[in-house]
Design a protein around this ligand. Structure first.
Ligand code: NAD
Length: 247
């Protein structure tokens, strides 16, 4: 048996035994869908830009035009991405009764596109936006259409600036984060996929789970607390896992 096959078999055994399994995913699960993460060596966005400067509330407030020039094209490209085998595998695990929910840090919507039903998007999503002044809600396309027709920053009818419903640096987390913590009560197995586990408060969530496995190409600060760590591509691991589970 190859090492990956063995690890997938070990994971399958833990999943079959666990009465409540939850997945915690990060940007690394979507790199195989063509979306760069923040921290991978060589390709991560943090090597080129400081998201704190470019994607924070203060960046939006101090220079909304630059904020949209930097972020909007990148975010909008996420919407053309397609789920990969790892997203699809998590949806399959849920539909076969092996997975309770997915907690994701991603804003790309790929878990929902893959068919996962119980998904907590703790850093928001790109389906809607809202006015920073009157809080009216609009579809995300309103923001995009205005930007594409040369209106930057995009505005609400009341004159306030529109912003997408994603959690920026310096924003508090929303309802989905509380729902995620509620779900984690009684979690017997947490499967972490493609997260450096360095962005807080999400990086504190592993402490709620009894057991954890981590599938991440690079080491994380939580590796020592995991049952085992798979330093492999999530796609390859999940392909093997599905076959081990007979799905
Ligand atoms: P991160 O960039 O900090 O870490 C990603 C991790 O995934 C890295 O450690 C990397 O080694 C690993 N990885 C990359 N490709 C992988 C693969 N194919 N298989 C397995 N592991 C792989 O990501 P994070 O922990 O999610 O934190 C970054 C923040 O950036 C999050 O808050 C997230 O909201 C945001 N973000 C989201 C997207 C998205 O929506 N797809 C993209 C970039 C950043």
């Amino acid at each position: 048996m190859t090492e990956l096959k063995q690890l997938a078999a070990d994971a399958a055994a833990l999943i079959k035994k666990s009465r409540k399994t939850i997945a915690l995913t990060g940007a690394g699960i979507s790199t195989e869908s063509g979306i760069p993460d923040f921290r991978s060596k060589g390709t991560g966005l943090w090597e080129k830009f400081d998201p704190m400067q470019m994607s924070s509330v203060s960046a939006l407030l101090s220079n909304p035009k630059q904020f949209y020039d930097f972020n909007l094209k990148r975010w909008s490209s996420f919407r053309d991405a397609r789920p990969n085998i790892a997203h699809i595998a998590l949806a399959e695990l849920e539909s076969h009764g092996f997975l309770y929910s997915v907690i994701t840090q991603n804003i790309d919507g790929l878990h929902i596109k893959a068919g996962s039903k119980r998904v907590w998007e703790v850093h928001g999503h790109l389906r809607t936006c809202h006015c920073m002044k009157c809080r009216s809600s609009y579809p995300y396309d309103e923001l995009l259409n205005q930007y594409d027709s040369g209106i930057n920053p995009p505005k609400c009818e009341c004159g306030g600036i529109l912003r997408p419903d994603v959690v920026l640096f310096e924003d508090p987390l929303g309802v989905d984060f509380n729902k995620a913590i509620e779900d984690l009560a009684g979690c017997e197995l947490l499967i972490v996929v493609g997260s450096s586990l360095r962005v807080y408060p999400v990086a504190s969530l592993p402490r709620y789970a009894r057991k954890m496995i981590i599938i991440n190409k690079e080491p994380t600060p939580w590796d020592g607390s995991a049952q085992f760590v798979v330093n492999e591509s999530a796609g390859r691991f999940f392909e093997e896992l599905l076959s081990q589970l007979g799905i």
